[in-house]
Design a protein around this ligand. Structure first.
Ligand code: DC
Length: 221
């Protein structure tokens, strides 16, 4: 099997930035699986499908053509339309978290993620990469940080994009989303002893990237 690096963890922990740089260092595609759940969240919002209507969401996921094109920046196409920007709003973050709890949606997207990874390998980031998507990879990392640290990072990201959202709102959203993602029945956010846990609270991005790349290279050689 091609080289697969699994990077899981809660929202706002810096997974995307770190994964992108790890992928560049290891010369692998970067696959942001959250973007696929976001695309279904967006499709559901546009179609007026209730985020808890499992049957309607399954049908929607089956008929939606979601393409994730690795690259810098990676792009997400929903039925051929580039929705890379549209999927990044706070509303779609919450919708993605809701639709990701539906087992049929997960089944469809996990299959796509496995196909993508098997093609050229990859650094896959998400919530269940090391537990469900590629449980057989020896390279599993769980990034963690306190909710406050993560909300601060998310808030800074949104501010940099010119979006004015109160810090308290970002923190409350983040806590709610993590609770949903960690307590759902199907593939909750979790890690076990097969993971290397990295607390990113007091680490810089280059330090996180370095720790992951070193760990992979040491075991690969
Ligand atoms: O990583 P993100 O914030 O872009 O993910 C959006 C939502 O998608 C997140 O709240 C949980 C869900 N998700 C998931 O359930 N499994 C994944 N592998 C990736 C994301």
């Amino acid at each position: 099997m091609p080289l697969i690096v699994a990077i899981d963890g809660p929202s706002g922990v810096g997974k995307t930035t770190a994964s992108k740089l790890v992928a560049r260092e290891l010369n692998l595609p970067h696959i942001d699986t959250g973007a696929m759940y976001r695309a279904i969240g967006l499709a559901a919002t546009r179609a007026g499908v209730a985020v808890r209507d499992a049957q309607a969401l399954e049908e929607l996921a089956l008929r939606s053509d979601i393409e994730f094109i690795p690259g810098d920046p990676p792009r997400v196409l929903l039925d051929g339309e580039d929705v890379t920007r549209e999927i990044r709003t706070p509303d779609i973050s919450m919708a993605a978290s809701h639709v990701s709890a539906v087992p049929a949606v997960r089944r469809i997207l996990v299959r796509k993620q496995q196909e993508l990874g098997r093609r050229n390998g990859g650094v896959l980031e998400g919530r269940d990469i090391g537990t469900k998507v590629f449980p057989e990879t020896p390279y599993k990392f769980f990034l963690d940080a306190s909710p406050e640290v993560r909300a601060h990072r998310r808030h800074a990201e949104l501010s940099a994009k010119g979006e004015t959202v109160a810090f308290e709102t970002v923190l409350a959203d983040s806590v709610q989303r993590d609770k949903q993602d960690s307590t759902r029945a199907d593939s909750p956010l979790m890690h076990d002893e097969t993971y290397t846990v990295i607390d990113t609270s007091s680490l810089t991005i280059p330090e996180v990237v370095d720790a992951i790349v070193k760990s992979v290279r040491e075991r690969e050689s």
